[in-house]
Design a protein around this ligand. Structure first.
Ligand code: ARG
Length: 459
């Protein structure tokens, strides 16, 4: 069949133009949303007396049949179909003749593509939220298992203070919690029905846009037709949420990479998530963690691409907007898969607790605790800081640790010091004492886990 808009044209499209113009190769995945939108539209048209009940019924039966055939792989789309909207309408007209030609009453592809994309994003946000929740569940389980196992806490990648493994994992729980909230907000902003905005200015035909909103499960109706067909903010909101989530994935993936290194040996990533080297027989590389770290690049790229496409486009619809889809789909696929793979990988990862313990005596991790102990003895903090700083310097020069300094040595460092003034120097003692709200004390980590579980259950 010729192009549905062929009326005013005398020449066929050049082959390369047809290919350049077509979006069917990638927007065919909107077929289900497109058919949903059409069924709601024709239902409303018949309720409004614009088409007859019989016509509506025939169109709905034919649309459902088309959907079934697409799902069974019976339909071959061609570049000549241009996009999914044209393809389905052509099929419909091919089957129903003149009745099929009524579906596009009071509708344009401009509002059609907007309604399809919004429906699609809403559905995919639900899937992404499921995967994010899975990630949170896995993190809670691991955090609970290791809530009191001590590891090195870093700042500037330098040994800073002892923390628990559970505490470290719960930091990621908070990041993914904000991602969940961001996707919920993105869902709310997507939940507006643009259908019936038509090409850009609404219509003289007496349609009911609130009715199609209701039929399609949209909470709201867009307010201005021109904005409705040229707005892609909801896609950008979605891609922003996805970019931040991928950034969190990338950060945790990096921790997995270095924790898994020979130098750290905090974890040993399960064989099923690693690959070997084609030349070095001993190698077991953390490829999945590296891919998870790297996938963020394309997701940022997709966001920047669409921001750039949208920049400077005048009202209302412009074909530039067709460039919104490939990046969107890629972002959805990448994020969904990354979350699933990472959740599985974390679930299968155990920490080498003994190995982690061995590394705790480097780097004076308890220095801050000694200073805080001095504060409790009424020494002003800056002075306490200086005293402990002197102890560190002495130990470094003399290759000693805090816990093997003698009384004499302490007095030599500063006349105000003595063994009696030192607190419990064990890592367990340090960690146990950090009970401030949000701190790393095991009791506090358990509280964080409990509150996290409570929040997740309410979702
Ligand atoms: N394939 C188009 C897109 O994705 C659909 C809308 C086309 N509208 C038009 N007037 N050419 O944006």
């Amino acid at each position: 069949m010729a192009n549905l808009w062929g009326g005013r044209f005398e020449k066929e499209m050049d082959e390369i133009v047809e290919e350049f113009n077509a979006s069917i190769t990638f927007d065919k995945r909107l077929y289900d949303c497109d058919i949903q939108g059409s069924i709601a539209h024709i239902t409303m048209l018949s309720e409004q007396g614009i088409v007859s009940k019989e016509e509506k019924n025939k169109i709905i039966v034919a649309l459902n049949k088309i959907k079934e055939e697409i799902e069974m792989g019976k339909i071959q789309f061609s570049l000549n179909d241009e996009d999914i909207h044209m393809a389905i309408e052509k099929l419909l007209i091919g089957r129903l003749g003149d009745i099929g030609k009524k579906l596009h009453t009071a509708r344009s592809r401009n509002d059609q593509v907007a309604v399809d994309t919004r429906l699609y994003i809403k559905k995919e946000i639900t899937n992404i939220l499921d995967n994010l929740k899975l990630m949170e569940e896995v993190l809670l389980l691991k955090a609970e298992k290791y809530y009191n196992q001590i590891m090195i806490g870093f700042t500037h990648m330098q040994h800073a203070q002892p923390v628990t493994i559970g505490f470290h994992l719960m930091a990621y729980f908070q990041m993914f919690r904000r991602d969940i909230e961001r996707f919920q907000q993105s869902y709310e902003r997507t939940d507006y029905n643009p259908l019936g905005s038509c090409a850009l200015a609404g219509t003289t035909i007496p349609i009911d846009r609130h009715r199609t909103a209701e039929l399609l499960g949209f909470k709201n109706v867009t307010e201005n037709a021109m904005d409705s067909v040229s707005d892609r903010d909801y896609i950008l909101d979605f891609m922003n949420a996805a970019s931040i989530a991928m950034m969190h994935i990338s950060r945790l993936a990096e921790e997995f990479v270095y924790w898994n290194s020979q130098e750290f040996s905090y974890i040993s990533i399960d064989d099923s998530f690693c690959t070997g080297s084609s030349i070095m027989p001993q190698k077991k590389n953390p490829d999945m963690a590296e891919l998870l770290r790297g996938k963020v690049g394309r997701v940022y790229g997709n966001l920047i691409q669409l921001l750039t496409v949208m920049k400077g486009t005048p009202l209302a619809y412009n074909k530039d907007f067709q460039e919104d889809k490939e990046g969107l789909f890629d972002t959805i696929d990448t994020l969904k898969k990354s979350l699933l793979i990472f959740a599985k990988m974390i679930d299968k990862t155990e920490f080498n607790v003994e190995n982690i313990k061995k590394q705790l005596n480097k780097g004076f991790l308890n220095a801050t605790d000694i200073a805080e102990h001095f504060v409790k003895m009424n020494i002003p903090f800056r002075e306490a800081h200086e005293l402990v700083g002197k102890m560190v310097k002495y130990c470094e020069i003399n290759k000693k640790d805090f816990n093997n300094l003698t009384d004499e040595e302490l007095r030599e460092i500063d006349t105000r010091l003595s063994l009696d003034y030192l607190p419990d120097l064990s890592m367990e003692g340090c960690v146990k004492g950090r009970v401030s709200y949000g701190g790393t004390a095991p009791s506090e980590v358990l509280r964080q886990i409990k509150s996290g579980k409570h929040w997740l259950q309410k979702m």
